[in-house]
Write a protein that binds this ligand. Structure first.
Ligand SMILES: Nc1ncnc2c1ncn2[C@@H]1O[C@H](COP(=O)(O)OP(=O)(O)OP(=O)(O)O)[C@@H](O)[C@H]1O
Ligand SMILES: [Mg+2]
Length: 288
């Protein structure tokens, strides 16, 4: 049988074959079609690393899912994909069906991440910007997301390749949530993230101040380990909404390390209570 050289009628019609430009256009079209079926697309960003973006992203996804919404998470942190670990599915494998890649179902939340593509969790992805954009586009175009209410997009810190790719690939983003911690170095970087999002004409849904105060479990005194109130002040200065503050909570890290979310914990912890209010504020803002 003759081998196809990529110029046959089938390839021409499907846009596949050897023409990379055409292939890219087809992928972009597919990505747009898939994203059109999702009502609210929210990116979780920050200027600084380690401030709790991924923690916010997974707890937000779980909170929305618990309220009955159809939710997906796109882990757009290509070089440091943490979401599968935080949702306890890091050993799961992706399945390829006739319609595309089936996202991992984690207790009702659909998830795609670079972590599922790596053969070894310690492998380093050493890619320049354009390759990261190709991967993010593929996560949009080739994954069978279906009709979702929310897609939460977790980003690495900063104002570079991944946030820019997401903004370019999803022109109708519902908006960005900026996560910060209260200390000046974090706020300085957060203001940059807000300004990038504004410059790209993406709505800023609001700032969340994470690791905001800590109630000592022994004496009950509230200690401002990283200070408090900086996020709210920054939101006033930058004229963007303040979604709320999440305190430092001793349970958050051990739960995350075990692949569990604090929002699903029994009882009312300080972090859970504050986060529920943040989620309600966000829903009110988006859906009313
Ligand atoms: N409110 C909190 N209380 C206690 N620990 C927290 C809180 N929020 C996040 N953490 C912990 O801080 C660490 C960093 O959180 P996370 O990975 O969510 O940050 P990130 O901003 O996504 O980091 P990166 O920039 O590397 O992607 C994790 O170990 C997480 O469990
Ligand atoms: Mg992260």
């Amino acid at each position: 049988m003759d081998e196809c050289d990529g110029k046959c009628d089938t390839c021409a019609e499907s846009g596949s074959g050897t023409d990379p430009k055409k292939e890219m256009e087809m992928q972009a079209k597919k990505a747009t079609e898939k994203m059109d079926k999702i009502k609210y697309k929210i990116m979780v960003a920050s200027g600084k690393g380690g401030v709790g973006k991924s923690t916010v992203a997974v707890n937000l996804a779980r909170a929305l899912c618990n309220k009955g919404y159809k939710v997906g998470v796109l882990d757009a942190d290509i070089t440091g994909p943490n979401i599968p670990k935080l949702l306890g599915v890091e050993d799961d494998k992706l399945l390829m069906g006739p319609e595309g890649i089936t996202p991992i179902d984690t207790r009702g939340v659909k998830l795609i991440s670079m972590a599922f593509v790596l053969s070894n969790p310690d492998s380093a992805v050493i890619w320049r910007g354009p390759m990261k954009m190709v991967a993010i586009r593929q996560f949009m175009a080739d994954v069978t997301w279906g009709d979702l209410d929310f897609l939460i997009i977790d980003l690495p810190p900063g104002t570079s390749d991944e946030p820019l790719s997401v903004i370019q690939l999803i022109p109708d983003l519902s908006g960005a949530i900026i996560v910060t911690t209260p200390q000046e170095v974090a706020l300085l970087d957060s203001r940059k993230a807000v300004n990038m999002v504004k410059t790209m004409n993406v709505p800023v849904l609001g700032i969340i101040e994470n690791m905001s105060g800590f109630r000592c479990p022994h004496c009950g005194e509230v200690l401002d380990i990283f200070k408090t109130g900086g996020g709210e002040k920054a939101s006033k200065d930058l004229e963007i909404p303040f979604l709320g503050a999440i305190p430092l909570d001793l349970d958050v890290t051990p739960l995350g390390d075990k692949g569990m979310t604090f929002i699903d914990q029994k009882g009312d912890t300080a972090a859970k209570k504050s986060f529920e209010e943040i989620v309600d504020r966000l829903i009110e803002k988006l859906i009313g």
